[in-house]
Write a protein that binds this ligand. Structure first.
Ligand code: GRF
Length: 187
């Protein structure tokens, strides 16, 4: 099996990146993490790129031509698939156009509910019964592309934002790899 050369975009802690790296070390997993892009110079997740000797770059989105740098590197590393894992920046129309149905994102809610930020506090305020995560394709509208896979759990009486985040991320570590397997099994 020829593994898809994949770039993971991050901004922060990088626990999903770490999880995907560990899955991708299995020969039967359909992707290989060939590049990591961060829009934060100090993103904790970059330590995983360093540890596993994966090329990584910092993109300073303050610069006007930052997108050229993204395209240059995606081309340089022959990237054919992109995973957004806690990337806190909107992806440009241009990138989406060039990677139609080849960019996926993981979001900490049961979309279409709770798009955007602060999902856990909004869920609690809304007295939701269920929480979970969604892996979806990225299109031009925020957190609105078609859904690949969701996983959910029942919210318990004592759950607060911290606990919801913990439970959600535990599900994310299964959902993201499962979604990737599902995508490439179809093709
Ligand atoms: C994840 O919980 C994901 O749902 C959201 O950002 C978080 C990133 O966490 N999009 P990490 O950086 O992978 O630890």
């Amino acid at each position: 099996m020829v593994k898809k050369k994949t770039c993971v975009f991050i901004s922060g802690y990088g626990s999903n990146l770490k999880n995907l790296i560990s899955y991708s070390r299995d020969n039967s997993f359909p992707i290989n993490i060939s590049l990591v892009i961060s829009n934060k110079k100090e993103a904790h997740g970059l330590i995983y790129a360093k540890k596993y000797k994966i090329p990584y770059i910092f993109i300073d989105t303050k610069f006007k031509n930052y997108e050229n740098k993204i395209f240059f590197n995606l081309k340089k590393y022959k990237i054919s698939f992109i995973c957004l894992a806690g990337y806190m920046k909107i992806i440009s129309k241009n990138l989406i156009k060039n990677y139609q149905r080849k960019i996926i994102n993981i979001h900490p809610s049961l979309l279409p509910k709770f798009k955007g930020l602060d999902t856990f506090s909004r869920m609690l305020n809304n007295r939701e019964k269920k929480a979970g995560c969604t892996v979806h394709y990225v299109n031009e509208k925020l957190d609105s592309g078609s859904i690949i896979l969701q996983k959910n759990f029942e919210i318990e009486k004592n759950d607060n934002e911290k606990i919801l985040k913990y439970k959600t991320q535990k599900l994310e570590y299964r959902a993201f790899p499962e979604a990737i397997v599902k995508i490439f099994r179809k093709n």
